[in-house]
Design a protein around this ligand. Structure first.
Ligand SMILES: Cc1cc2nc3c(=O)[nH]c(=O)nc-3n(C[C@H](O)[C@H](O)[C@H](O)COP(=O)(O)OP(=O)(O)OC[C@H]3O[C@@H](n4cnc5c(N)ncnc54)[C@H](O)[C@@H]3O)c2cc1C
Length: 395
């Protein structure tokens, strides 16, 4: 059998893509292969569970458009599918007088991106988060929380019910491309498809290179480590409390997030990892490390962000340093209130100039699309990214 569509990767992007292709091309045959034994095992299953609003991103960028659309689509999907979620809003806080200028810039960005936000004085912010100490804050209304693993399960169920062929425990090993499509060699046998979509997350550059693409980019993994508030201290945080992000970085700074199960996570930081799926502090892969070190963009990146990189490493090694950053927002938090929680690893695309690719990035190949940069807020934006991808494909 030759499938119309073959999708590599069963994270939220691959599953949303299968969903969107099924809707756009009813009756088409869809194959999705995932190397792990459950859906959303990697980035999707290790994230903060935040439905982002789309406030931060450069107006006109794919991230700005698709995050906003994705937020609405995801909320509709959760409603239809009875997946619990909560649009609780979030506070972005200015911890110093100097931060107030950053707040103003973010407010302008909110307006440019069509996101509803309002500036709050410190007492107004305290009414929402009584343990917060700040100079002022921005309240973003459309931010929420959800368990993205549940979203994945429901997408997989839906695609399966409409006839999609979804295969877990199936690792793609190589792709052979001919005039009429592709042959995927996998650990469960060979499969043929007319059109391929690469949604392999932390391995998306490797998959794209099988088709001779992604020559000037590389996925560099950044681990995001979390702590969790002890249950008796969850009362310190009602919803979501974020600092003002550093404008030159795509990461948002360590923040407080209430999860759907009621726990409160603090983090994630962003530490360079030498293993693409390395969830523990000292995880190391010689293959992954050499691949990073051989990429010229890596050295340029390391030079530009040497200071930030060392600070992140220090904050990873020193719980006290991590806690000090949290105390800028909630001074009552003590080191003893926090216990380590599971980390996640971000697939961050870096270009040959050593720049952290900010926007979502898709490479086009022969009868193929390769999603080579889908970092945060791609879980939020997943259904919009999937529609965008499906719109680029003509069978
Ligand atoms: C710490 C952290 C916090 C985040 N917080 C948020 C947040 O709060 N909100 C938000 O919107 N976004 C957040 N993100 C970003 C979001 O999680 C990701 O953008 C999103 O999950 C990317 O989905 P994906 O499907 O591209 O990747 P993944 O979920 O990593 O899925 C890729 C899949 O491809 C599979 N695969 C790879 N190679 C192969 C192969 N050869 N054969 C078969 N299968 C293969 C992998 O096993 C994996 O399951 C966060 C990310 C991290 C790491």
């Amino acid at each position: 059998m030759i499938y119309d569509f073959g999708i590599i990767g069963g994270g939220i992007i691959g599953l949303s893509t299968a969903w969107a292709l099924g809707k756009r091309y009813p009756g088409s045959s869809i194959l999705l292969v995932e190397k792990e034994n459950r859906w959303g095992f990697h980035q999707t299953g290790h994230n903060s569970g935040v439905i982002h609003s789309g406030i931060y991103y450069k107006p006109g960028s794919l991230k700005a458009q698709l995050a906003r659309q994705g937020n609405l689509l995801l909320v509709d999907f959760c409603r239809e599918q009875h997946i619990p979620f909560e649009i609780c809003g979030k506070l972005i806080v200015a911890s110093s007088a100097a931060d107030m200028a950053g707040l103003e810039i973010l407010l302008q960005r909110a307006h440019a991106n069509g996101i509803q936000a309002e500036k709050l004085s410190s007492p107004q912010a305290k009414e929402i988060e009584p343990h917060l100490v700040c100079e002022g804050a921005l309240r973003v209304f459309s931010t929420g929380i959800v368990d993205f693993k549940k979203v994945c399960e429901r997408l997989a169920e839906g695609v399966g019910k409409s006839g999609g062929d979804l295969r877990l425990n199936t690792r793609t090993l190589s792709i052979r491309t001919a005039n009429d499509g592709h042959r995927l060699e996998t650990t469960s046998g060979d499969f043929s498809c007319r059109f391929l979509v690469n949604c392999a997350g932390l391995h998306s550059d490797r998959v794209a290179r099988w088709q001779g693409l992604a020559k000037d980019i590389q996925i560099i993994p950044f681990r995001g480590e979390y702590y969790e508030l002890r249950p008796e201290k969850r009362r310190l945080v009602n919803h979501l409390i974020y600092p003002i992000p550093q404008p030159e970085l795509p990461f948002l700074g360590v923040h407080f997030t209430r999860m759907m199960d009621g726990s409160v996570h603090a983090g994630p930081n962003a530490v360079l990892s030498f293993k693409r799926e390395g969830y523990r502090k000292w995880d190391f892969s010689l293959v992954d490390a050499l691949e990073s070190l051989r990429f010229k963009g890596f050295w340029k990146l390391a030079k530009t962000f040497a200071k930030v990189g060392v600070e992140e490493l220090w904050r990873s090694l020193s719980k006290e340093a991590f806690v000090r950053d949290l105390q800028k927002m909630v001074p009552e938090v003590r080191s003893s209130d926090l216990v380590p929680a599971e980390a996640g690893v971000r697939a961050q695309c870096v270009n040959a100039q050593g720049e952290l690719v900010d926007d979502f990035y898709i490479e086009e190949g022969f009868r193929a699309l390769h999603i080579c940069n889908a970092p945060s807020p791609a879980a939020t934006a997943s259904l919009a990214i999937a529609n965008h991808v499906a719109g680029k494909i003509a069978l």
